[in-house]
Design a protein around this ligand. Structure first.
Ligand code: IPM
Ligand code: MG
Length: 351
């Protein structure tokens, strides 16, 4: 049975970086069928919605979905429910991809590109497991109202159920077993009810099924500090949706370039995963052909590993990226002058 990868290039630099994934796939996995749909602002322009029902249905039928990026200043004035970002949240929810894996890996060739000293980040290899379909991103009620005295009042709701916490925690513990066997669970149990529940559920699950894994609870603000103090103390970091959003950006910067980092959003076994470079649409450099395609290419690597069940091809692709970097291939964001396509060339050559 032939497998299908759905590409959602999206906005900004999204189309440029996913074009390089196409080139890599043509060489590495010629039997893989690639499909493509509009997503984000471009979909709003063409179809009146940031993602169409048809595109969502196609995503659910695919073996994996790889997106580029969504959003940009052009759509800042669009009604909230039609914004590119809402298309992304809608897709995550529809695919039920509740566990977001965000590796922050410092490639040795790039350790000097970090804003931290080399000795703090050399060898850094941490993995965020961020809950992705719950919490304050989706909690109800949410609204902005006008009060009788004329003030306005905004409300968001942070909410988690036991099963939402447990299923994402399982992913973190399972992953840790294949790594350095350590999980830090981050929350604010000192001030939040959801934080307290989070700590209890993680503790119970650990006792029941994962007592062999080292577990530490850490307050999320302390973790933010520890990430810049001594990031290599971490292996797997388990977080809710909002803390994971914030802290994974911080961790990304430790590695020197946002342009390097992929991510995977996974749901139940056998369901398609959603893969995305964690850099955004970068409107400031869009269309210039200078964006780093490695985050998108490494997102494809994660898709090969986690959804397409092709670990050998994933290993080959990862080694090719490492080899290209070791041979000095650099786009502008990591201190070089290669274009997007030339970085693609470098990976293809190494392959
Ligand atoms: C991310 C992004 C998204 C999020 C935005 C674009 C909706 O920041 O993937 O981290 O907040 O989840
Ligand atoms: Mg974010």
């Amino acid at each position: 049975m032939s497998q299908t990868l759905l590409l959602l290039p999206g906005d900004g630099i999204g189309p440029e970086v996913t074009a390089q994934v196409r080139r890599v796939a043509a060489v590495l996995t010629p039997d893989l069928t690639l499909d493509e749909r509009d997503f984000g602002g471009i979909s709003f322009d063409r179809n009146g919605a940031p993602i169409t029902e048809e595109a969502i249905a196609t995503a659910l039928k695919s073996d994996a979905v790889l997106m580029g990026a969504v959003g940009g200043p052009k759509w800042a004035g669009v009604p909230r429910d039609k914004r590119p970002e809402m298309g992304l949240l809608g897709l995550r929810k529809a695919m039920d991809v509740f566990a977001n894996l965000r590796p922050a890996l410092c490639f040795d060739a790039l350790a000097d590109a970090s804003s931290l000293k080399r000795e703090l980040v050399a060898g850094l290899d941490i993995m965020f497991v961020r809950e992705l379909t719950g919490g304050v991103y989706f909690g109800q009620p949410r609204f902005i109202e006008t009060l009788p005295d004329g003030q306005r009042r905004g409300v968001d709701t942070q909410v988690y159920t036991t099963s939402e916490i447990e299923r994402v925690s399982r992913v973190a513990f399972e992953l840790a077993r294949g790594r350095r066997n350590k999980v830090h669970s981050l929350e604010k149990s000192n001030v939040m009810e959801t934080g307290l529940l989070w700590r209890e559920v993680v503790t119970d699950l650990h006792k029941r099924d994962y007592a062999d894994v080292q577990l530490e609870h850490m307050l999320a603000d302390n973790a933010a500090m520890q990430l810049v103090r001594q990031p290599t103390q971490f292996d797997v970091l388990l977080t809710d949706n909002l803390f994971g959003d914030v802290l994974s950006d911080e961790a990304a910067q430790l590695t020197g370039s946002l342009g390097m980092l992929p991510s995977a959003a996974l749901g139940a076994a056998g369901k398609p995963g959603l893969y995305e470079p964690i850099h955004g649409s970068a409107p400031d450099i869009a269309g210039q052909g200078v964006a780093n395609p490695l985050a998108a290419i490494l997102s494809f690597e994660m898709a090969l590993r986690w959804s397409l069940n092709r670990p050998a091809e994933a290993d080959r692709l990862f080694a090719a990226v490492e080899a290209a970097l070791a041979a000095g291939a650099r786009t502008r964001d990591i201190g070089g002058g290669l274009s997007t396509a030339e970085m693609g060339d470098a990976v293809l050559k190494a392959l």
